[in-house]
Design a protein around this ligand. Structure first.
Ligand code: SDX
Length: 428
């Protein structure tokens, strides 16, 4: 049974704080009144021991390598579900009936087009602009187009904004790719699945019919499922914090995209494949493992380690299996996969990685698959953002609809100068 309170002795006083119990996972100490009663803040840069909110969306047990979306294990969802069904689950809390899923899918399908004027935004970027720079800009620009779905106090408008974001992300991402390769944009094709439509908008050309390869469509859809949501990660926390001020939902998602871009977060999938390519052949792995262990070398094994998982990231397990399926379906191979497998094997036998509990994460193998499907490494994080949009939107809705929601405003440990008088420049 959980302790009902936590006692804190400080400054000769004892303070009592209630503990709150979730349905599963660590209890939390409710310190909302700590500053008011002790005149002290907690100090937790990086929020390693801080629960920022209550949520019913996603549960992670980092020690056991467990990931549940509304209670369903990621492995089962990846095996049996679809990205549209997982999106419905995250947004509504329960798996849909067939009719509910069909209605939801049709709603999303009929929001996939973007306002035609938005096509001009792409012309403003250099052709070699990183797709994530384009995604930040164009998604932020959605806030200038859809004024009829930005009254966040109206659940109906929140729902429309959520559907628009989920639906338009594939179109925006595909257009970012097309722009970078100088090919014409393709409009959405409503006869295709969410993922099939994305593949066609990305790889199709006006001059010929695009044939969606079922095995690739299934693998891509599974990759979207694996990236859909992940508790209070950095980009989700960014969306929550931006949304806590009542900001435009499209602008909040653009903030999430910006945060995800970092190599320590979603940008790791691009960095991981670049690293594997730089390593090249397995005989060079020991050199890079030594570099990763060297405190004086900023090099890290990209796609390895995780703030929460101190065990194998369950998404990486599914991802590794999917590599083989895509290779078989496309009758391709890539020596970098063998390098990745051997790097994993050698790292997981090395005391440094074992002691620090550094395992492959979702980003370690994803790039191998995406590259085999035909995406350039610069598109990898844009695909992560495409898939994570439903998680960001679900978390944003959960926060906004919480009647106790307040603007997020952390404090600090101030170590700057104490008060001093201004000195005129002729006296300095
Ligand atoms: C994602 O939060 C999420 O849920 C994110 C995500 C999601 O779905 O939203 O799962 C997606 O972002 C996955 C992570 C992708 N990033 C990478 O693969 C980049 C490489 N990994 C690291 O930079 C690191 O592991 C982090 C950023 C992922 C986690 O960093 P932490 O939790 O802040 O841990 P840390 O940096 O304090 O590392 C602890 C120790 C350090 O050594 P010491 O100072 O204790 O001696 O482990 C070392 C680190 O130097 N370490 C690594 C390492 N990762 C951590 N050493 C070598 N290679 C690595 N990859």
């Amino acid at each position: 049974m959980a302790d009902k309170q936590a006692d804190l002795e400080v400054g000769g006083e004892t303070y009592h704080f209630p503990t709150l119990e979730g349905t599963v996972g660590p209890d939390v100490i409710d310190i909302r009144k700590l500053y008011g009663s002790t005149g002290r803040f907690t100090y937790d840069p990086g929020y390693k021991s801080t629960a920022s909110c209550e949520s019913a969306l996603t549960y992670i047990d980092g020690d056991e390598g467990v990931l549940l979306h509304r209670g369903y294990p990621i492995g089962q969802l990846a095996e049996h579900s679809s990205f549209m069904e997982v999106s419905y689950l995250l947004l509504n809390g329960e798996l849909p009936s067939k009719e509910e899923l069909d209605d939801f899918t049709q709603t999303i399908t009929y929001h996939t087009m973007i306002h035609d004027q938005m096509r001009q935004f792409y012309q403003g970027f250099r052709r070699d602009a990183h797709p994530m720079a384009i995604m930040c800009g164009v998604v932020g620009a959605l806030s200038a187009f859809y004024h009829d779905s930005t009254d966040i106090s109206d659940p109906e408008q929140r729902k429309i904004a959520s559907h628009r974001l989920l639906a338009k992300m594939p179109t925006i991402a595909a257009m970012a790719y097309k722009y970078s390769v100088g090919q014409p944009f393709l409009y959405p094709d409503n006869s295709l699945s969410y993922t099939g439509n994305f593949l066609r908008m990305t790889f199709g050309v006006p001059a010929e019919e695009y044939e969606v390869v079922p095995a690739v469509e299934k693998a891509m859809d599974r990759i979207f499922i694996l990236h859909a949501d992940h508790e209070q990660n950095a980009s989700t926390s960014t969306v929550r914090l931006a949304g806590s001020s009542g900001a435009n939902p499209f602008a909040c998602i653009s903030a999430g995209i910006a945060c995800l871009w970092g190599p320590a977060h979603g940008g790791a999938n691009e960095a991981a494949l670049n690293m594997l390519r730089e390593i090249g052949t397995p005989d060079r792995i020991p050199h890079y493992i030594e570099r990763a262990k060297d405190k004086n070398d900023p090099f890290r094994l990209m796609g390895f380690g995780h703030r929460v998982y101190k065990n194998y990231d369950p998404r990486a397990t599914v991802m590794q299996k999917t590599v083989r399926e895509v290779f078989d379906a496309l009758k391709v191979s890539d020596p970098v996969f063998e390098t990745a497998l051997q790097l994993e094997e050698m790292a997981l036998k090395d005391d440094y990685f074992v002691e620090k509990k550094l395992f492959p994460n979702v980003d370690f193998y994803s790039g191998v698959i995406l590259s085999a499907i035909g995406f350039p490494t610069t598109m990898f994080t844009a695909l992560f953002a495409l898939a994570r949009t439903v998680g960001w939107v679900a978390q944003w809705n959960e926060m906004i609809s919480d009647p106790d929601q307040v603007i997020g405003r952390p404090r600090q440990l101030y170590t700057g100068p104490t008060e001093r008088d201004y000195v005129p420049i002729d006296q300095r």
